[in-house]
Design a binder for this molecule. Structure first.
Ligand code: CTP
Length: 467
């Protein structure tokens, strides 16, 4: 973990502090992903939640990801005694309110500062970007439209208009939160003609140092590590060069972040963390059995929250291994058959699909986050297709022929692809560094998964509050 609060050094928002205000819309959970995108653009982000937003998605994910305390209480003070909304209002380069409810638009248009989000906007001279989300009739109501016009024309706010689509009410209409990429673009445009200021750390919002350290508390992470071996005869095998370093680095980092960890160790050559539960396996068939034991539980729950499949699994195995040591001969032909794709099989079970991808049973509850690794030689062109073929959420691709990457090294240069189309090209990092960056994504995906489940449960229980 570094002391820096920004994301990538070459992002469009590097050096900027963005205030992110989240109001009580059913789309509030999408603000977690927006925060991630802003961080990926290099922004330092301070989040404010209205009380109703905090009912949809809790402050912990935002704090862990932004590394700043989350403002929820207008009257609350920062841990260092300063007034949070004034600090953010004074220091932010731009403020984004996403999703913005009809209530926010009305309050803001009239200068009413009854919560931290409106108060911060009122207390700031920074450009303000507003992305409304609400029911279609609320959006087209003359009151809402008049408020939007006032914010845009009289106050100079940038409005990222909602889109057509299905709404929380089950109806279809204009009211869905705009595409997150468009909101990021609007924030980039809002700060584009302003110089990047040298940050004054003392004036900025304080950091929370511990959030990241405990962000996997209560999670069970399964990591496969090493390489499988396929017997030719009782003494010989077909194996691969994997040492297990990458998988062990993920296991150690997950333990340090509070997770309970099971390592499925296939011929690992490095010491295994003592506090992990360890299942030792030899062949692909053993690894499959260990994975299925954890995945296919009788009660339909997943036995873990995330699976990180770092093991190098043999793609071929001898069709008929000899049961006695083969004797020396001038030639030996061994017939090989392909092994099953274990990760794809786990993904099908997790999502309740049959081998053709058709729904066949209930998905696991909750669906675990699945991470694959792809060792490529030459280019990462095939990685996107591999992510889809395997049905995983994240795929860590690396070019093992590149110096400093691959088997037995202590470093790795990887690109993390997401099922959402995201693509993070990480610099050359230690394997522990790669593990930490990967677990940032896993922690976030788990928080987003839980927030979405909570939102679904809330929607099922009661009619949605005003979007
Ligand atoms: N994997 C698996 N079962 C297999 C082969 C691979 O679960 N039989 C997993 C690996 O653990 C890794 C990911 O799938 O997380 C990608 O492995 P890779 O060898 O790159 O992919 P393959 O499916 O073998 O594709 P190809 O050999 O065509 O590159």
């Amino acid at each position: 973990m570094t002391g820096s609060t920004g994301g990538h050094v070459d992002g469009r928002l590097t050096g900027r502090l963005i205030g992110l205000g989240v109001t009580g819309s059913i789309a509030a959970y999408k603000a977690v992903e927006l925060l991630r995108l802003l961080r990926a653009e290099g922004a330092d982000v301070a989040v404010m939640l209205t009380p109703s937003a905090a009912q949809f998605v809790g402050p912990l994910s935002f704090a862990a990801l932004s590394r700043h305390p989350v403002e929820t209480d207008l009257l609350g003070l920062l841990p260092d005694g300063r007034i949070g909304h004034i600090v953010v209002g004074d220091t932010a380069d731009a403020i984004a309110v996403a999703p913005a409810t009809a209530h926010f638009l009305g309050a803001m248009a009239n200068g009413l500062a009854g919560d931290v989000v409106t108060a911060t906007c009122l207390a700031s001279r920074a450009p303000i970007v507003v992305a409304p989300a609400m029911d279609g009739d609320m959006w087209t109501h003359p009151a809402t439209q008049a408020n939007v016009t006032r914010l845009r024309d009289a106050f100079g706010y940038r409005i990222v208009e909602p889109e057509q689509g299905s709404l929380a009410s089950g109806q279809s209409g204009v009211g869905r939160l705009a595409d997150l990429g468009l909101i990021v673009d609007a924030i980039v445009a809002a700060v584009a003609d302003r110089p990047v200021r040298v940050p004054e750390p003392a004036a900025r919002p304080p950091l929370v140092a511990t959030a990241h350290d405990a962000d996997l508390t209560g999670r069970h992470i399964v990591v496969s590590a090493g390489g499988t071996r396929e017997a030719i005869d009782p003494v010989r095998f077909i194996g691969n060069r994997s040492t297990g370093k990458m998988g062990v680095a993920v296991a150690e980092a997950a333990l340090a972040r509070g997770a309970s960890v099971t390592v499925i160790a296939a011929n690992v050559e490095v010491p295994l963390p003592r506090t992990a539960t360890v299942a030792r396996v030899e062949s692909t068939a053993d690894l499959r059995a260990a994975l299925l034991r954890l995945t296919q539980r009788t009660d339909g729950t997943a036995g873990y929250d995330a699976l990180v499949m770092a093991a190098a699994v043999a793609d071929f195995r001898p069709v008929a291994p000899a049961d006695r040591k083969l004797e020396r001969a001038a030639r030996l032909a061994i017939e090989l058959e392909s092994t099953p794709d274990l990760l794809a099989e786990v993904a099908r079970i997790a999502h309740g699909l049959d081998s053709h991808g058709a729904p066949t049973r209930r998905p696991l509850e909750p669906v675990p986050v699945l991470v694959g690794f792809a060792a490529e030689t030459g280019s990462l062109e095939r990685a996107g297709e591999k992510l889809r073929r395997k049905g995983v959420d994240l795929l860590v691709a690396n070019d093992v022929s590149e110096p400093g990457s691959g088997f037995g090294t202590d470093t790795n240069r990887v690109t993390v692809l997401g099922a959402d189309g995201s693509r993070d090209e990480l610099p050359l990092l230690t394997k522990r560094g790669v593990a930490e960056r990967l677990l940032d994504r896993v922690a976030l995906a788990l928080d987003a998964r839980d927030a979405a489940r909570q939102t679904d449960a809330t929607t099922a229980q009661r009619s949605p509050e005003p979007a």
